[in-house]
Write a protein that binds this ligand. Sequence first.
Ligand code: HEC
Length: 194
Amino acid sequence: MLAMNKNRILGITAIAIAVTVIVSSCNNKRSTGWEYAPNMYEHIAYDPDQKNDNFKDGKTAQLPPAGTTPVGFVRFDYPNTKEGYEQAGVEVKSTLPQTQANYTEGKMLFEHFCSPCHGKTGKGDGLVVAHGFPPPPSYSTGQSSRGGNMKDLTDGKIYHTITYGVNAMGSYASQLDPKERWQVIMYVHHLQTL
Ligand code: HEC
């Protein structure tokens, strides 16, 4: 009898504690609750979208000053136009060392990002083309929609295409950094000769 009462008292106490915890954690919806490391939430650095009196316009997120290049950023100052494409085609040249390692990396990146449409050998017969996507012209025997043979596409024209895309092909600028683009281009040049 006494044992049963003890269990009931324990049970009721446990339920009461649970209810208190639940109710008290719900009364303030904006509270993050118990903060283990508050400096993660209330840090001293400014958030990009925070007001900031240190700058004239009162914003934290500032544009880089005109004419500067952020560390590690590679400029490509050719606009997404036919003229930009032609100009890049003449002026922009790969400085990537033509090594086996870069070729192998370029092949791997091409097979991941480009072959679904262009096909593994660049003939324009990738998997999505087999499912009705408009086929890209073959790198070796096709004609570019912007004039000339695909096999004659230069470094700069291919770089411009990867950076901005063209018609049905989207931009790969966010998937491939400049070095990776040059590695892919090294492999595309190989496919142009097939
Ligand atoms: C979603 C399908 C698709 C993917 C993925 C794709 N392309 Fe294309 N690509 C096309 C199509 C379609 C064209 C033809 C566009 C046109 O000229 O109208 C094309 C055209 C090209 C051209 C010719 C541009 C010119 O000047 O005529 C190059 C070079 C090229 N792609 C390279 C690449 C590379 C490199 C990748 C991978 C990073 C890639 N493409 C990924 C569909 C794709």
